[in-house]
Design a protein around this ligand. Structure first.
Ligand SMILES: [Zn+2]
Length: 275
């Protein structure tokens, strides 16, 4: 069934687990993600950046139809929408949620732009994820995860009240993309716990890939309710496809690799049997 992630994440916040937000770009990985969620009886959130698919209206029909037929709750969230128009197109395409990233703007401007989209989205039952603090890129970790980029609890509380956003992506030390080999990010679990206790909405962690299973288990228990994963899924596909000798096994291999990696994250994050 297709449901807004604000509903499945509210349950995750109450019960203390985290739902994988897996990046999707085409039909085959959407099918793999839903198959993984059904096998584990887990809710799932499909995330998709505006550039992921060249035709969002057509893609929205495919994803929406598959989500409606799923036996578990499936949410479709535009990831890192950068303009008002992108958010509106996602809503028109049938997405259940939009993530509006204005985290590189000053507070007031960020809040004003998000508030405008929240008003439209809520009018048609679509959830909004916003971001305060700034989650940078892993290859530039020292600068992008510096203390001044982290989410500040008091500011975040005011931000949620001003914007009316349903869920909030927070910066607590993770970063987008792949970390340098052997590198493990320093996650501020104390800050995550404090944000979860003080803020009325469920929290999202971006940059889940390469964070380490132990770190993620802990983050799920301390208040992360959605973990965005992209790099690890693609890496799993590339590795399995690289081992192939029979080229006719290409698409089944893509499906199986993506599904297996999604199942791994469902197990780590504790969302199995929470559908
Ligand atoms: Zn992100």
């Amino acid at each position: 069934m297709l449901v807004s992630m604000k509903e499945t994440m509210a349950k995750a916040k109450r019960e203390g687990y985290c739902i994988p937000g897996v990046a999707v770009e085409n039909e085959i990985v959407v099918r793999a993600a839903i198959a993984a969620a059904e096998e584990k009886n887990s809710p799932i959130i499909l995330i998709s950046v505006p550039t992921a698919n060249p035709d969002i209206l057509y893609f929205g029909r495919i994803v929406g139809d598959l989500a409606l037929r799923a036996k578990v709750p499936v949410s479709i969230c535009q990831d890192h929408g950068a303009t008002f128009e992108q958010a509106m197109m996602a809503i028109r395409a049938g997405f259940s949620d939009v993530m509006v990233d204005r985290s590189s703007l000053p507070f007031e401007e960020n809040a004003a732009q998000v508030k405008e989209i929240v008003k439209v989205a809520h009018a048609v039952g679509v959830g909004v994820e916003a971001e305060l603090g700034h989650v940078g890129v892993a290859s530039n970790y020292a600068e992008d995860a510096a203390d001044d980029t982290l989410t500040r609890p008091e500011e975040a509380l005011r931000y949620i009240e001003e914007t009316g956003c349903d869920t909030l992506a927070v910066a607590v030390g993770t970063a987008h993309g792949a970390y340098p080999k052997g590198f493990e990010p320093h996650i501020r679990f104390d800050l995550l716990k404090e944000l979860n206790e003080k803020l009325p909405v469920p929290l999202v962690l971006h940059g889940g890939s390469g964070t380490g299973d132990e770190n993620l288990r802990k983050a799920a228990k301390l208040g992360a309710c959605k973990l965005n994963i992209s790099n690890d899924l693609k890496r799993a596909i590339v590795n399995k496809v690289g081992e192939l000798s029979n080229v006719y096994r290409l698409w089944p291999t893509v499906f199986e690799a993506y599904k297996a990696e999604t199942i791994h994250y469902i197990d780590v994050l504790g969302s199995a049997d929470k559908a």
